[in-house]
Design a protein around this ligand. Structure first.
Ligand SMILES: [Zn+2]
Length: 214
């Protein structure tokens, strides 16, 4: 959960504390005041603290999902920023990067701003990934620098490959210049065709259209 939404004084009691960075694991209580860890110990927390029973649970850092689809705007029947954020929180994720292949795609500074503003109301941090090309048509680059200034953390035409090598080269050069990751949807549409399964013995036996693993 966002630190700003946490109770000011809480104690996580009796969980297994995992510190993956230092490779430590131990049982204990974690006392958090004003969003910061005050102590990790076996002693009882002050009476003023809100107690959260963590027996049988893991206490560790929040996870970050760098590739998720919340489908807002356009397909709110599948997922909204709020419902996706609640699901993320339930799984221990406190930060989520959302892909831009919504309807319409997140391909402008204004649409990045929309995601950032909407995420203010959500219980986890939502970081928008902007589209590489306008409308994800692979023909014209988006305003990458302006989108970064509005909050874009990376670029991708996820769901579709950028098939024009010149556009992809320009996108890579801009991303490099701006110091921002560029995430490739690595798929060759000519090889993929209308495949419904991997190409191999079984696809041949079934007579189904297939895609090679190239
Ligand atoms: Zn995806």
């Amino acid at each position: 959960m966002k630190i700003s939404r946490l109770n000011k004084n809480i104690a996580l009691m009796g969980g297994t504390i995992l510190d993956p960075i230092n490779g430590n694991e131990k049982k204990g209580n974690v006392h958090i005041v004003d969003g910061k860890i005050k102590s990790i110990a076996n002693k009882k927390p002050p009476k003023s603290a809100t107690i959260i029973d963590c027996k049988g649970l893991i206490i560790t850092h929040g996870f970050c999902d760098i590739h998720s689809h919340f489908r807002e705007p356009g397909r709110e029947d599948k997922e909204t920023l709020e419902s996706g954020a609640i699901a993320a929180l339930a799984g221990g994720f406190t930060r989520v990067c959302v892909m831009p292949n919504t309807d319409p795609p997140i391909d402008s500074p204004e649409s990045i701003r929309y995601i950032v503003d909407r995420s203010e109301e959500c219980p986890v941090y939502i970081h928008p990934i902007g589209a590489i090309s306008k409308n994800q048509h692979g023909e014209e680059l988006t305003e990458m620098a302006l989108m970064i200034s509005e909050g874009a953390v990376a670029f991708s035409d996820d769901g579709l490959p950028v098939t024009d090598s010149r556009i992809m080269r320009n996108a890579l050069e801009y991303a490099n210049m701006l110091g921002t990751p560029l995430i490739n949807h690595a798929e060759d549409l000519c090889l993929k065709q209308d495949g419904v399964m991997h190409e191999g013995t079984i696809s041949t036996q079934l007579g189904l259209p297939s895609s090679p693993d190239l």
